[in-house]
Design a binder for this molecule. Structure first.
Ligand SMILES: Cc1cc2nc3c(=O)[nH]c(=O)nc-3n(C[C@H](O)[C@H](O)[C@H](O)COP(=O)(O)O)c2cc1C
Length: 170
């Protein structure tokens, strides 16, 4: 059985999961409200939050050992840059054993006006750190320049490769 699940704080992982599910006539479910004990293929969409993938630990614990796991990270950083991809993959490998899941990376959105106080403080500290340490990096510069704005990189076309990969499996 195919299960498409998500863990989303601000909605972009949820939107991607729902868009992929609709391509398969399936329903995307929040990892908090689903049962994964019988799943054969699990696709998990999780937002990237400072070195971790939302919900991934929970999904990894809940799936059968022989279930195929596909993890889709949703973050602001551009996975087209090798450095970013490496960093995301290293973060994933702290949660699940390397090679356990097929990984895909898509880009999300962030609206500073709806961030929690904790997340707002984390972003403030990150921007402060970048300004004094690594402002030459173009992506860091972009993060500083867009600080406080609504940044939206969501692109459902990024699901095409995942759809193709899944179709070869089910
Ligand atoms: C406190 C905080 C930390 C974040 N850390 C990262 C990060 O390490 N890498 C990244 O690419 N995006 C990072 N982001 C951006 C989120 O991953 C992005 O907004 C994503 O779309 C959120 O997914 P969600 O809407 O499903 O919660 C961070 C956002 C916040 C608020």
């Amino acid at each position: 059985m195919l299960k498409i699940v998500y863990s989303s704080v601000y909605g972009s992982s949820k939107a991607y999961a729902e868009a992929l599910a609709s391509r398969f006539g399936a329903i995307a479910e929040d990892v908090k409200d689903t049962e994964l004990g019988n799943a054969a293929i699990v696709v998990h969409f999780g937002g990237l939050y400072a070195g971790t993938v939302s919900g991934l630990k929970k999904v990894y614990r809940a799936i059968p050992e022989n279930a195929e796991l596909i993890v889709v990270t949703v973050g602001l950083a551009d996975p087209g840059y090798d450095d970013n991809k490496r960093k995301i993959e290293s973060d994933v490998s702290k949660i699940i054993p390397p090679g356990r899941a097929r990984l895909f990376h898509v880009r999300g959105r962030m609206d500073y006006s709806v961030l929690s106080a904790k997340h707002r403080a984390m972003m403030w500290m990150l921007v402060k750190w970048i300004k004094s340490h690594n402002y030459d990096d173009p992506q860091n510069r972009q993060l500083v320049e867009t600080y406080g704005d609504f940044i939206d990189f969501v692109d459902f076309g990024m699901l095409d490769d995942i759809e193709k990969y899944l179709k070869e499996r089910i």
